[in-house]
Write a protein that binds this ligand. Structure first.
Ligand code: TXE
Length: 478
């Protein structure tokens, strides 16, 4: 272990979890606690040989895993969900330290709970054979078969939940999986995989703790038939290029810059809390978070004030402290992006309603909830994905303009419309985004398909569509 003495209390279970992934030895890369910057353990540095070995083992294990059949695989995935629940608190604590998100609020415990829920749903969702034709001219059926080896490459913001999103359906459908976690949250993901592997057969699920180069090799590997990727649009493009080598099928969940539109007639006090969590869940580091809020002129100041009032009640700090619901930025690069965008907005004359300078008293990477009013499209804080706790609030007077702004960027993961439900649904139909929420933002459900349009990627996860996306259709004709 590191020579640093942690100032946060750790439990025997915390240490046991780190030990089971070899993070307490002398080898490897120091991994900092996102809040305190103290070393919490060491992550292995795996290379090309490890990747080759992992893919070969996953390939060899696949036929037997597929041959187990849906019932047995579903039983094992349900047992894997049980195992996650058994280790839930230790997983949540490690996640909280490495990622930064607090245990409480819609954060670390919530994320681990979602892992179990998505596993259970992937196990329980039926996928029936479809009869396409059955008449005097013939009989044809559509079924879904395993692809083979699925490569899963994940980000650092919701590392456990997104890993499960990428692998649960894949395993259920009879694929094996090789997971490359983000360099920023390696320990949490390795710990999760280790817990899952308590119940899964050997080599069905293998983690490789490599860097971007290993990610690139995994995606273009000749034995990989499908890549599940969540991360930036720039890396998504690289993965598309890589797939020219192996013709791997892709599911790409890329960055977003979700717009929210508050219609005239909405009730600012009633929607403020949900607007807040839509934008600031995981301290804003969420793919489908509300990242630019368009508010009608008639209630602009009331919405700004109501949001500021909610923000003032949300404690930020070390994630292991039960009082906190907001944490640090996970890494320096993201902290710098948020600082730069807010500084730029201020220099342009935007109004900083709350926050606006680093919360250095809390630690190196803390940035407070920052509401930025009197700002317009074209400002980088509006046009770029901030991926942190800074929300630009833009005034509009004509709903057509708000829709045009919402659709004006080359991304379309989520969006939301707030106000009378029927009016909001009519506006939602004009917004270019994979999901448009009405009077909420960002909620996901294991049975409701989720995916982006435009620069936010393609392919659907979750539910029946999610099962189909990690399988190949096969027609039996005759
Ligand atoms: O993402 P990357 P980063 C956005 C957010 C953030 C930016 C950069 O705006 O500021 O992306 O974050 C692996 N082939 N989002 O640098 O680089 C990499 O090792 C294969 C939004 O973390 O996309 C990591 O495991 N893999 C997003 C994963 O890709 C490669 C969540 C993501 O890294 C690779 C995270 C390559 N050529 C960031 N290069 C969301 N949609 O939620 C890197 N990787």
């Amino acid at each position: 272990m590191s020579e640093h003495t942690p100032t946060v209390p750790t439990t025997t279970e915390d240490s046991a979890l780190l030990e089971r992934i070899g993070a307490t030895g002398r080898d490897g890369r120091d991994v900092p606690d996102a809040a305190t910057r103290e070393t919490i353990g060491r992550a292995p540095l795996q290379g090309v040989d490890d990747l080759e070995d992992a893919v070969a083992r996953a390939r060899a294990a696949q036929p037997a895993w597929e041959a187990l059949g849906h019932t047995e695989r579903s039983r094992l995935l349900t047992a894997a969900a049980d195992a996650v629940e058994e280790h839930a608190e230790a997983l949540a604590r490690l996640l909280s330290r490495e990622q930064g998100k607090p245990l409480n609020g819609p954060n670390a415990r919530f994320e681990v709970g979602a892992c179990a829920a998505w596993l259970r749903t992937a196990a329980a969702t039926p996928l029936e054979t479809e009869v396409i034709l059955d008449d005097e001219t013939g009989h044809a059926e559509l079924t879904y078969r395993a692809i083979g080896v699925v490569g899963a490459i994940g980000p650092w913001n919701w590392p456990l939940m997104i890993t499960i999103w990428q692998i649960a359906a894949a395993l259920r459908m009879g694929n094996t999986a090789v997971v490359k976690p983000s360099e920023y949250t390696t320990l949490s993901v390795l710990a999760l995989l280790s817990v899952l592997n308590d119940v899964l057969p050997p080599d069905v699920l293998i983690g490789v703790a490599g860097d971007r180069e290993i990610g690139a090799r995994l995606t273009a590997h000749p034995l990989v038939g499908k890549v599940m990727f969540t991360g930036s649009t720039a890396t998504g493009r690289r993965i598309v290029e890589g797939s020219a080598q192996n013709l791997a099928r892709l599911t790409l969940e890329l960055g977003g810059n979700d717009a929210g539109i508050v219609l005239p007639g909405a009730d600012p006090a009633a929607i403020a809390q949900d607007l807040f969590w839509g934008a600031f869940i995981n301290t804003g580091q969420t793919c489908a978070a509300l990242k630019r809020l368009y508010v009608h002129d008639s209630l602009y100041e009331q919405v700004v004030e109501a949001l500021a009032a909610v923000a003032a009640t949300m404690p930020m700090g070390n994630g292991l402290d039960e009082d906190n619901v907001l944490g640090p930025l996970q890494n320096r690069a993201q902290f710098d992006i948020v600082s730069r965008l807010v500084d730029d907005a201020r220099e342009r004359g935007a109004r900083i309603v709350t926050g606006g300078t680093p919360a250095s008293d809390l630690g190196e990477l803390f940035y407070p909830v920052t509401l930025v009013a009197d700002i317009a499209d074209g400002a980088p804080l509006v046009d770029e994905e901030q991926f942190g706790p800074a929300l630009p609030i833009i005034r509009y007077s004509d709903v057509d303009d708000a829709v045009r702004s919402a659709n004006g960027l080359d991304v379309g993961l989520g969006a939301s419309v707030w106000g009378d439900r029927d009016e909001a649904r009519a506006v939602a139909a004009r917004v270019q985004a994979g999901t448009v929420w009405i009077n909420s933002h960002g909620g996901v459900h294991p049975m409701i398909p989720f995916g982006g349009v435009k620069g936010s990627g393609y392919g659907l996860e979750f539910g029946v569509e999610g099962l189909k996306s990690v399988a190949v259709p096969q027609i039996i004709n005759g």
